[in-house]
Ligand binder design. Sequence first.
Ligand SMILES: CC(=O)SCCNC(=O)CCNC(=O)[C@H](O)C(C)(C)COP(=O)(O)OP(=O)(O)OC[C@H]1O[C@@H](n2cnc3c(N)ncnc32)[C@H](O)[C@@H]1OP(=O)(O)O
Length: 210
Amino acid sequence: MEHVKRYHSLKTIVNGRELLIEGPISGSELASYRFDDGLIAFRIPEQQHQALIEIADLPEGRIIVAREDDLVLGYVTFLHPDPLERWSQAKLPDLLELGAIEISHLIRAGGVAKKLLEVSFADDAMEDYIIITTEYYWHWDLKGTGLDVWQYRKVMEKVMGSVGMVWMATDDPEICSHPANCLMARIGKRVPPESVEAFDGMRFQNRFLY
Ligand SMILES: CC(=O)SCCNC(=O)CCNC(=O)[C@H](O)C(C)(C)COP(=O)(O)OP(=O)(O)OC[C@H]1O[C@@H](n2cnc3c(N)ncnc32)[C@H](O)[C@@H]1OP(=O)(O)O
């Protein structure tokens, strides 16, 4: 499968900061930007910056950023699922995982997460993919936001739902280990039925239990 990446961008102002939301961008572009030191949800900022640079240059990898001049204040990643996760078992070339979305405290609750996804899905190539995201409450910044797990889950549903990602059932043990965790997915218009069938097969692997 050829992974087509078409650049899109938009401008917005949040808390007086003029932001450019753009992508997919290349690893070298991302390397030339600074990375806000408040982006700590998944790794220390230097390591996360480096991880994103590597993802940007993967054939299927897509990084969309929100930046003020050369300072990255938010990002979202799309890439094939980790080989250790069940979502990679069928090795579907047209399945991407929204692996991480993070917005700096400096510009949170200003619509930036939704705009990152708006720019991501402005590329018609996204209609060729099943896009999944696995929501685990232990990745959420409950302390920083003061939200409880259900309020936070609502925020995630609003962010993901803004581009048509919907809750999907699964018997994945990690997802089932807490009721606030969930799988969300969006099946692009041109995804063939064989891929959807293979995805359904990965969602449910313990049918004999029921
Ligand atoms: C797959 C994964 O990456 S899971 C982990 C997700 N990432 C994290 O938890 C990292 C830390 N958190 C963050 O980076 C951010 O808080 C995010 C990504 C969750 C949300 O980003 P934001 O830019 O603040 O979200 P955005 O402003 O687009 O808000 C989306 C909706 O949630 C609401 N919302 C956002 N934050 C809050 C809040 N603290 N309290 C109440 N509502 C909120 C917004 O009002 C908006 O609602 P609307 O659709 O009715 O207008």
